[in-house]
Write a protein that binds this ligand. Structure first.
Ligand SMILES: [Zn+2]
Length: 373
């Protein structure tokens, strides 16, 4: 028993007792037979003591934080109890979530590491199969986001992110004031963004939105105009620069007259320094005229788009909103994408976006008493 106490202290096991210890040397595993500290068993739903009906015939096994290269496992025979309110149920397991096969503190560690490094690195460091790692991530993040509601959204940003070599897209919605992601949906079509507006925001919340920022795609602009009656639409510097770069890439492919295109690009940069509305408008008019005269097809198309959206681009001059924020957020998402490379499903990518820049601090959702790390 002294052995058990020592191990318990070494591994900082709180709220449970170690009854038996054995090693599987070849597999580098340390196994502990454990029991909850307190007598009696609690109902997982109401936390009240219930009458113990029976001990389940099979031990359950939980994976814990590895120590010095040993993977650590808990073994325990859970008991079935009869709760006066909830009937027969398996007792509350203090070191893990209901049906989880890993301890709370391993979960916390997985989440913390996943914010910093690649899936592969986390799995290796914690002696986990990659699939277990993805499962933990998904389960915890779904749990934390379940019933989560968006709060106090005043500056909205909508963007699309590609995954799998530009074939498929996610629509990402930002809170630009708090610089975080509030929602991610699959696809970039109108119905995706409709789902966000219909399922996530009440009419009151939609009316409260003051600024909305997106690229020049009709999909997003149309949805914003329909759902946010009081929002000023801002087409920001970051997205316009992105569209222009795409146009330049097109020009580069045809290879001639490239110089003229670059001069035009440099000139457009001046626009962002204007502070007077009317000057900015004049400038944009002149610039688009020159661009149209260039007879470079992609640039003409870009210039026409700019003309069409002039009013919403000029709102940037007044609001100075979002530029750095949306650019910064999309940079983080690109980083997350690289980090999640080799993810099996798009869901793993979505999970990581929520974990890294979501509007809830997900590791903070794990109960305090499991933070003995
Ligand atoms: Zn109960």
């Amino acid at each position: 028993m002294a052995n058990g106490k020592f191990i318990s202290k070494l591994l900082r096991l709180v709220g449970l007792r170690v009854c038996e210890v054995w090693f599987k040397e070849r597999l580098r595993e340390l196994h502990l037979h454990v029991k909850p500290h307190k007598n009696g068993a609690q109902c997982p739903q109401c936390k009240r003591r219930g009458r113990i009906v029976r001990t389940l015939p099979e031990a359950r096994i939980w994976r814990d934080v590895p120590v010095c290269g040993w993977a650590v496992f808990f073994h325990y025979f859970p008991r079935e109890i009869a709760c006066p309110t909830h009937g027969r149920a398996q007792e509350l397991i203090p070191w893990a979530e209901g049906y989880a096969r890993v301890s709370h503190r391993l979960e916390l560690l997985v989440l913390t590491y996943a914010q910093l490094m690649t899936h592969k690195a986390v799995a290796k460091l914690l002696h986990l199969p990659v699939s277990t790692f993805s499962d933990i991530l998904h389960r915890t993040i779904t749990l934390c986001r379940d019933g989560h509601r968006i709060r106090a959204l005043r500056s909205l940003g909508i963007d699309e992110v590609s995954y799998r070599k530009g074939q498929k897209y996610l629509t990402v919605v930002y809170d630009l004031e708090r610089a975080c992601v509030v929602w991610v949906g699959k696809g970039k079509a109108r119905e995706t963004i409709e789902r966000f507006f219909n399922e996530q925001l009440s009419d009151y919340q939609k009316k409260r939105i003051e600024w909305a920022c997106c690229d020049m795609s009709e999909t997003f602009i149309g949805a914003i105009k329909e759902h946010c009656p009081n929002a000023e639409l801002v087409l920001d510097r970051f997205h316009i620069a992105k569209a222009l770069n795409e146009a330049l890439d097109e020009v580069r492919k045809s290879n001639r007259r490239i110089h003229r295109a670059w001069v035009l690009k440099d000139e457009l940069n001046q626009f962002w320094d204007y502070t007077a509305h009317w000057r900015a408008r004049d400038f944009l008019k002149q610039w688009t005229t020159t661009a149209l005269k260039s007879r470079l097809q992609p640039l003409c198309k870009f210039a026409l788009t700019i003309r069409k959206h002039t009013d919403n681009i000029l709102t940037f001059i007044d609001s100075r909103l979002t530029n750095a924020v949306s650019e910064g957020l999309s940079r983080i998402i690109r980083m997350v994408k690289n980090r999640a490379s080799g993810f099996r499903t798009v869901q793993a990518f979505v999970d990581l976006i929520y974990l890294t820049i979501g509007d809830v601090d997900i590791p903070a959702q794990i109960p305090n008493r499991f933070r003995t790390l």
